[in-house]
Ligand binder design. Sequence first.
Ligand code: UDP
Ligand code: MG
Length: 157
Amino acid sequence: MKPEQLETERTLILIKPDAIQRGLSGQILARFEKKGLKIVGLKMMHLKEAILREHYAHVVDRPFYEELAQFMSSSPVFAVCLEGQGAVDLVRRISGTSPDEFGTIRGDYSVSVQKNLVHSSDSPETAAREIERFFESHELFDYRKEEWKHVYAECDA
Ligand code: UDP
Ligand code: MG
């Protein structure tokens, strides 16, 4: 399968402050890399109130929001844009949703519903908004990932 023949999509992850404090950011990123996903953007950011209110607008009225905002701004995060076939769903499944889902990042390394190491976009529409929220277009890179010819087969297209 030639890399340029693939139909791929992009998604966003945040490697949260707990992962950086616990020295797990490399291992977390490696899980996505090892599955064959392409890193098209990566940066370290210290998230402040405005971007957090926007990013967590769906939970801003929940009782845990203030604690969540404090946690997410307690130290920097890595924002990462990943690309691959069905990347949104794939990345969400590698991340996991609860600390009880063994075999996922959250399941294997976290016990908390808040300090859960990684954020991942939950739909293609959310992914598009979130990528734009965290990256300028010149911070995203189009390049050919040679490995993809060993990752995908023609019948996967
Ligand atoms: N969260 C929290 N307390 C809760 C539930 C969620 O602090 O009781 C945090 C947690 O860090 C989660 C984030 O709020 O990742 C966003 O919540 P959402 O329901 O969107 O979870 P996710 O999509 O990250 O699984
Ligand atoms: Mg969510």
